[in-house]
Design a binder for this molecule. Structure first.
Ligand code: ADE
Ligand code: ZN
Length: 319
């Protein structure tokens, strides 16, 4: 039996399995840089975040129509349900699609089709988090927020992702202020490859409620104190950290130390089609590699509901 859990750090474009990529490529007459699913999977040997992002953005070329986004999200939700996920807060990267001429409405309406059926079909409640690409300009992020205005009822929060180093959260102060004024909640990737200073900025300049990754928090004891004091959730992604070489091996992941330090951490899958497992697989992997027992796994599952953007009663019922 899989523990019931919430998934809070999941890029829907990162759930594109090679089989679906080839099917959509054929349908949309897109030529992929690899000729078979096996050959594509063999390309999943990454040096760092950027080397992954290069392939991640290239494969998105197959996502063209509402139906493609519906298929992608529905396939993720089916896999997630089989791994005990009951609630999913799903990132999407509109700029990666609008830059290719796919409208933001196509992306959101397509995803929404799958999400609207999700409770009935998969037993998973869902929310959408619209991410800005931090290696693009702040103006582009503001234009994206503007373009999303007809769809705000579909969007729970904004996030910040893509290549981290050299693109500190402070670059996006204005767009986060605008998002907050529109009633959107705020999260941001910080401390995946970037330094603890980026986590401070995400908290103090962007006003985020949750930090995505926050892997490097433990380097700064004052930051740990702050995160513990304010119960700021960190959405960790251990399999991603190994695949993108933020850490050498899973056995060296700081997850256990972070729990011991009193941090509210959750375990998530990030881009499961690329990193070797969905969230249930990730629970299993940290159990094996870090020797986390049933009580600690239950704590992680409980944390996932506490850190979710569910209302208070719903959190208590699930956790
Ligand atoms: N986009 C998709 N996966 C990401 C990650 N792990 N870090 C930053 N941006 C991403
Ligand atoms: Zn991520």
């Amino acid at each position: 039996m899989q523990l019931p859990k919430a998934e809070l750090h999941l890029h829907i474009e990162g759930t594109l399995e090679p089989e679906l990529a080839f099917e959509l490529a054929a349908r949309n007459a897109v030529v992929l840089p690899h000729s078979t699913t096996e050959e594509l999977r063999r390309a999943y040997l990454f040096e760092d975040l950027q080397s992954f992002l290069d392939l991640y953005y290239a494969l998105m070329a197959v996502l063209c129509t509402e139906d493609d986004f519906d298929r992608l999200a529905d396939a993720y939700l089916a896999r997630a349900a089989a791994q005990g996920v009951r609630h999913a807060e799903i990132f999407f990267d509109p700029q990666a699609h609008t830059a290719r001429g796919v409208g933001i409405g196509t992306v959101i309406e397509g995803l929404a089709r799958a999400l609207d059926r999700s409770e009935e079909r998969h037993g998973i409640s869902t929310q959408l988090i619209m991410c800005f690409l931090r290696d693009q300009s702040a103006e582009s992020a503001l234009e994206t927020l503007e373009a999303a205005k007809p769809y705000l009822h579909r969007i729970a929060a904004v996030g910040l992702d893509s290549a981290e180093v050299g693109h500190p959260p402070s670059k996006f102060r204005e767009v986060y202020e605008a998002a907050a004024a529109l009633g959107l909640r705020r999260v941001a990737h910080a401390g995946e490859e970037g330094p603890p200073a980026y986590i401070w900025e995400a908290l103090d300049i962007l006003g985020v409620e949750r930090v995505d990754h926050g892997l490097r928090s433990m380097e700064d004891p004052e930051l740990v104190k702050r995160l513990v004091r304010d119960r700021v959730p960190l959405t960790l992604c251990p399999l991603s950290n190994v695949r993108l070489r933020a850490i050498d091996v899973l056995e060296e992941h700081p997850l256990r130390d972070m729990m011991d330090a009193g941090l509210l951490v959750t375990v998530n899958s990030d881009d499961p089609a690329y990193f070797g497992g969905y969230v249930g697989d990730t629970f299993h992997a940290v159990h094996e590699a870090l020797g986390l027992g049933q009580e600690q796994l239950r704590e992680l599952a409980r944390n996932s509901f506490l850190a979710a953007f569910l209302d208070h009663d719903e959190k208590r019922r699930q956790a």
